[in-house]
Unconditional design. Structure first.
Length: 249
């Protein structure tokens, strides 16, 4: 029996770069970049077992190396990484810092993005994490108060850092709940488990007839745990459609 896949929920908070510009509304290249952007806080949670949200704050906008070391270990251990807008933002931001700081690539993992699922399967008013979770009755993000929180962290204010960490951890709580809610709708969800339901691994599945895909017929199942649908790996028949051939006389 193969071991259960290691599924990681993660989120990062970043500090902006500091630059000199000619006007408030930048309509051209910046004059000079004084400080590059950096990762300021990370939060994560492993699926299964003793579920606990963990976090780590940077406390130094000039050095996020210790955060990168933790993130690299997490990515390297994970089989699946889940985030909201993770494909376009969080994962790319983290890997950009890995590259710039001379890290080798972590071992490959599958990525699941709840923002991608929401956009693909629904036409909701907003696909932001906070708006989605509020609409679904799951709670809401911690109110940061806007830029003042990031400014406080940049100035080394302990209260600001504590609130930033709380904000980051709450995003993981919302992310996991949102993923569980959207998961049954994700028809293109990657295969995670090799036995039972390919999405959640449950053995509580029921046969739901067949599904026709092009010229082949597959058995169709629904998982009674996650309520997701899937088909058998092999077709019940591989008979190609018969075509009438023209006969010349």
């Amino acid at each position: 029996m193969s071991p259960a896949p290691k599924i990681l929920y993660f989120d990062i908070e970043t500090f902006p770069l500091l630059a000199h510009v000619w006007s408030r509304f930048v309509d051209g290249p910046v004059v000079a970049i004084e400080r590059e952007w950096s990762i300021g806080c990370i939060a994560w949670q492993w699926e299964g077992g003793k579920v606990q949200v963990r976090s780590l704050k940077g406390m130094d906008v000039h050095d996020d190396t210790h955060l990168l070391n933790v993130l690299w270990e997490l990515f390297d251990e994970a089989d699946v990484v889940i985030g909201h807008n993770g494909n376009k933002f969080d994962i790319k931001k983290v890997q950009a810092r890995f590259l710039l700081e001379g890290f080798d690539p972590p071992s490959p993992f599958q990525s699941i993005d709840t923002l991608v699922i929401a956009r693909r399967h629904f036409a909701l008013t907003s696909n932001k994490l906070n708006d989605l979770c509020q609409a679904l009755g799951m709670g809401e993000k911690v109110d940061t108060g806007g830029w003042s929180l990031w400014a406080g962290c940049l100035e080394g204010d302990a209260r600001s850092w504590a609130k930033m960490e709380k904000y980051n951890k709450q995003d993981i709580v919302l992310l996991r709940d949102l993923y569980m809610k959207l998961r049954p709708w994700a028809t293109s969800h990657p295969t995670i488990h090799t036995a039972g339901c390919p999405v959640c691994g449950s053995d509580h599945i029921q046969s739901r007839g067949t599904r026709r895909v092009q010229s082949l017929t597959y058995r169709q199942f629904q998982c009674m745990e996650c309520m997701g649908w899937f088909k058998s790996a092999k077709a019940t028949d591989d008979v190609k459609p018969a075509y009438k051939s023209a006969v010349r006389r």
